[in-house]
Design a protein around this ligand. Sequence first.
Ligand code: NDP
Length: 331
Amino acid sequence: MNKVILLNKRPVGKPTLSDFKFTSAATRVPPTGHILLKTLYVSVDPYLRGRMNDSKSYVPSFEIGEPIQSGIIAEVIDSTHAELKKGDFVSGNLEWKEYQVSDGKGLNKLNAKVYDLSRYLGILGMTGLTAYLGLTEIGIPKEGETLVVSGAAGAVGSVVGQIGKIMGCSVVGITGTDEKVKLLKSKFKFDHAINYKTTPDLKEAIQKVCPNGVDIYFDNVGGKISDAVLANINKHARLPVCGYISDYNDTKVPVGPRVQPIILTKSATMTGFIVGDFSAKFPAAIQQITTWLMEGKLAYAETIVDGFDNIPQAFIDLFDGKNEGKMIVRV
Ligand code: NDP
């Protein structure tokens, strides 16, 4: 039978396993012009939390009783499609099912070997694009500037910091464990890294490692971490607002320091973005990231969890920082 994961109920606060429901369905024979896909790798991403709510956003909410969707790499195992053949690998926004039928629309055929495939959910996929485009289009790094990245050891953050280094910035990462602090400095070559969970005065700690102030703040987390960084920004700072995971499970509207006095007095620019805003630039961005990977200038990390049944837990674990780099489930 074909296992499927549905939204069981809308989470209140941090998601739990009971918010998901496992069911099974017969595997359909693909009609003419369609393909049958076998799921190989599933991306779990913080933004899926927003889709579990019943609220308007830039992507529609998941419906209760319907399958959850996310970025998936799959193998074509049966086909009467004109272009996609048995044995091809594809990526796309697909349902949390072991097998599914598709008409091929919206899928990208991957020219990759099996061992390479997971990269198309991370460094060569949505999170790599988010890092590159958010930083270069909004952060606009210049040689000698100081870049601070929160969520620094995650899929987006670890790439942002490295691109900042390539572009000549001094790079500071903020993350949640000492192991991740080490990883940022060794594997990803950040200049400094701070553990926000064990640092009593984050504002002061940032000031210490950013003696010239902060020119770019790439914000993945929002909340108190961002309050501490904002207190250190320079005149004309740029702040790409990529995510605010620290508030995704809030049940009340969070209240913190008002940002207007800082943004105004520093003539700073705070810009929210969705990676899709830059879709016209995806091909050039992927080309640049691929070049850096081939030149050995970019490293990447993946946390691979095995088993279809573990998809919901892997997703929940993002909110406990259990991942280093991109969190992926191998089916
Ligand atoms: P990550 O790989 O960074 O995983 C999430 C990480 O967030 C965890 O590992 C954890 O690391 C950290 N975290 C969890 N809870 C908190 C908290 N309460 N406070 C601070 N940090 C926390 O995820 P992604 O790289 O995929 O995404 C990073 C951010 O970018 C997210 O906010 C996401 O929604 C956003 N995003 C936005 C996109 C856009 O188009 N704007 C596209 C893709 C992602 P730690 O151990 O350091 O706490």
